[in-house]
Design a protein around this ligand. Structure first.
Ligand code: PLP
Length: 408
């Protein structure tokens, strides 16, 4: 039987404090102890199941963490106030001054900025590489390297990491493979493919309603205990703690993730195919033309599809901006960053989410300024959406002449 992440979420059972079908929300920052001795043991990390203070852990946060660990198939997990709260904590936890990171060069702009501009203040330095070229990755590894870092499906170029092969490399050189799986929840089970640590921004598909930020680190019990350690744990000490009310609401949204992912994927696949047919330069892992289409297929949990993200390249930033403004005016979605919302979201990454990356480096990695990134929504009638998007393109003279556009 193959691993089914949605079954793992479904199979969790909850009984609230008063028999509620949802766990009660822990509305406390601090917790009482019946004996002073237990309080001491808890500080020492020797009293499992005792709560101390909500920056350390809270019942609501533990429930959400366990559900996400079940989804990823890791021993356990800890939630954080944001995706960046997870990413910065794990890097600071695993690296000492003098250590080195090998990272994919096409990653979330905030992660890139942290590794490039912030971590060097602590003498933690990063080599950014083309993660799809395993030889380049291996060549960048030094005796100081501690972490191999990538996104399963990268932002914004939708490059696909060969997690099994990267895991082998990591093992060979005694590195920790950290995979950001934000773009491909349920679709890719990174830990099952060999990632040591899986992180997510919960802000995106997992919560899915664009009403909160959140993050998670999934890994071994040992790692998660270390992160929470009152003396030297990055989650405990850096303080990016999720609020219990938010944890409870994200847990409720997580339960419909499988249904949403199927619809996001269905819609994105439809649009990607149509866009490609009319001659637009389209990138979507589900297209046979995608460089890593076969690799993605070999890694995916098939029933959730190829995900909700796609990009098109309309040539230049002026055209990209005009198209996005027109699509928003016609209520086809929002000109907004982020992803995983019920409505389609679109933005030009070169001038928004990846603007932290210098222009020459953007060009090197193939991030052109006419690129539009779409997070495709849950539209019930995607054929209507396509027709309306096509009309926007016709009205702006973007339509590349092709067989199928002659009829217009
Ligand atoms: C948004 C995002 C992040 C950062 O998450 P926040 O919740 O905004 O802090 C990290 N990685 C990826 C791939 C993202 O899309």
């Amino acid at each position: 039987m193959s691993f089914n992440p949605a079954n793992k979420i479904q199979d969790l059972q909850y009984f609230g404090e008063f028999g509620g079908v949802n766990p009660s929300i822990s509305d406390s920052s601090t917790y009482t102890f019946l004996s002073a001795k237990t309080m001491f043991d808890t500080f020492e990390g020797n009293a499992d199941g005792c709560y101390l203070y909500s920056r350390h852990s809270s019942p609501s946060n533990l429930y959400l963490g366990e559900a996400l660990a079940a989804m990823e198939g890791t021993e356990t997990a800890t939630v954080t106030a944001s995706g960046m709260g997870a990413i910065t904590a794990i890097i600071m936890q695993l690296c000492q001054a003098g250590d080195h990171v090998v990272s994919a060069r096409t990653i979330y702009g905030g992660t890139y900025a942290f590794l490039k501009n912030f971590a060097p203040k602590f003498n933690i330095n990063t080599s950014f590489v083309d993660i799809t070229n395993l030889q380049t990755v291996e060549d960048a590894i030094t005796t100081k390297t501690k972490i191999l870092y990538c996104e399963a499906v990268s932002n914004p170029l939708l490059e696909v990491a060969n997690i099994k092969a990267l895991s082998k490399l990591a093992k060979k050189h005694h590195l920790t493979l950290v995979v950001d799986n934000t773009f491909s929840p349920l679709t890719i089970s990174a830990a099952k493919l060999g990632a040591d640590i899986v992180i997510h921004s919960l802000t995106k598909f997992i919560n899915g309603s664009s009403d909160t930020v959140g993050g998670v680190i999934c890994g071994t019990k040992e790692l998660i205990n270390n992160l929470r350690n009152v003396n030297d744990g990055a989650c405990m000490l850096l303080g990016a703690t999720m609020d219990s009310l938010r944890a409870a609401s994200i847990l409720k949204n997580l339960r419909t993730l499988h249904i949403r992912m199927k619809q996001h994927s269905h819609n994105a696949a439809y649009l990607a195919q149509k866009f490609e047919e009319i001659g637009l330069k389209t990138v979507y892992p589900g297209l046979a033309s995608h460089k890593s289409h076969e690799l993605f297929k070999s890694m995916m949990n098939v029933e959730y599809g190829f995900g909700g993200m796609l990009t098109i390249d309309v040539g230049n930033i002026e055209t990209a901006n005009a198209l996005m403004e027109l699509m928003q005016q016609r209520n086809l979605g929002y000109l907004a960053v982020s992803l995983g919302f019920y409505k389609t979201l679109f933005s030009a990454p070169g001038t928004s989410t990846s603007s932290e990356i210098p222009e020459d480096e953007q060009q090197q990695m193939g991030l052109s300024d006419g690129l539009i990134r779409f997070s495709i929504g849950l539209d019930d009638d995607i054929e209507r959406t396509y027709e309306m998007m096509r009309q926007c393109m016709i009205d702006l003279n973007i339509m590349v002449p092709s067989e199928s556009s002659i009829v217009i």
